[in-house]
Design a protein around this ligand. Structure first.
Ligand code: GLU
Length: 339
């Protein structure tokens, strides 16, 4: 790993001497909707209200699902909303590249560390069984836990090197989890405890078609980009214990976590990037002002009493994690503020 990574673990033991680093990390699978934007706003407010550095990372690790032009659209829409950032794929920065598909050498080095720690094993389950590994999982999308009984009791010496050399690998690579509770405190949801053995079991880090798992990529990127605060949607709360196991196995520092409640549609369903009417782009094209959208987001996050027009920067003083409710908010298709 680069020397900055090794230094990061040492530095985290001391009082932080540098401004905090936070990030927003969209997958470029569609246009950003108000739920994505609300998470981005919270991430931005949290780090900017403390004078920190904000990173925009594009998570296109699930290459088949990435839609051309969506990274550029995210940049444009977040800027329209009034957010700014210091490092991104287009302007670069000290820890680039900021696009996951260009970071495979880092994922390989992390796999090598985990292999040397004896935490990996080959898995020959079908492609169907391994589908969806590269995408950030959404609540309820994961199947039953991988049974510890399915672990190979022995692996052939040199399996890893042989597999990595194969042109068409005949196995995926799985991470052997420890059977013990992981505990962490989420800034919105409080104390969480999860034993990954019971919930997910040994999970895949690299599919046999060469795609890296979201869980691996996000942990490696946050580590090497020296991110101290992970802010993302609440649908990823259930990924955190897995990521902490990886962080510990890699010897990386653990960031703080805040999982922002989801915005749901009027029928209670999770908004998807296909909910066209609630994308920032659609609102903007209908003539809605960014201050109106920010006002709605701020009031639904408990930062304003009612949805009054305001800028993102105008919320910096009001921002505090304890104000943010842990329950979802409903966005109407007619999200045209009523003031
Ligand atoms: N790329 C993920 C998403 O768009 C977010 C991952 C993360 O922030 O850890 O759902």
């Amino acid at each position: 790993m680069p020397s900055n990574a090794a230094d990061a673990s040492a530095a985290s033991a001391d009082a932080p001497s540098r401004p905090p680093r936070g990030r927003y990390a969209p997958s470029p699978t569609g246009l950003l909707h108000v739920g994505n934007a609300r998470t981005a706003l919270a991430a931005w407010l949290s780090v900017r209200s403390r004078g920190g550095t904000f990173i925009l990372r594009i998570e296109d690790i699930d290459r088949p699902r990435a839609v051309p032009g969506m990274a550029e659209a995210a940049v444009e829409d977040l800027a329209w909303l009034g957010l700014d950032w210091d490092e991104d794929p287009f302007k670069g920065g000290p820890f680039g590249p900021y696009t996951q598909s260009q970071r495979t050498e880092h994922y390989e080095r992390a796999l090598q560390i985990l292999h040397e720690e004896g935490r990996l094993f080959p898995c020959r389950l079908s492609r169907k069984e391994l589908a969806g590994i590269a995408s950030a999982p959404h609540a309820g999308e994961e199947g039953p836990p991988y049974p510890a009984s399915a672990r190979p009791s022995q692996v052939a010496a040199g399996w890893y090197e042989t597999l990595q050399r194969q042109k068409s690998p005949d196995a995926a690579i799985r991470f052997r989890v420890h059977d013990r509770p992981v505990r962490f405190v989420d800034r919105v949801h409080g104390s969480i405890e999860e034993n990954v053995t019971d919930t997910v079991g040994d999970f895949v880090l690299k599919r046999r078609d060469g795609l890296y798992a979201y869980q691996l990529a996000v942990v490696v990127d946050d580590w090497l980009m020296e991110v101290d605060e992970v802010v993302r949607g609440a649908d990823l709360l259930s990924s955190t214990a897995r990521q902490i196991q990886l962080i510990e196995a890699l010897g990386a520092p653990r960031p703080e976590y805040a999982h922002v409640p989801l915005v749901v549609a009027e029928d209670g369903a999770r908004l998807s990037k296909r909910d066209g009417a609630l994308t920032l782009r659609a609102l903007r094209e209908r003539g809605v002002r960014p201050e109106e959208v920010v006002g709605w987001m701020a009031s639904s996050l408990g930062l304003l009493d009612r949805p009054a027009r305001c800028t993102a920067a105008g919320l910096l003083n009001a921002f505090a994690w304890p104000r943010i409710p842990s329950s979802s908010s409903v966005a109407s298709k007619e999200l045209v503020p009523t003031f």
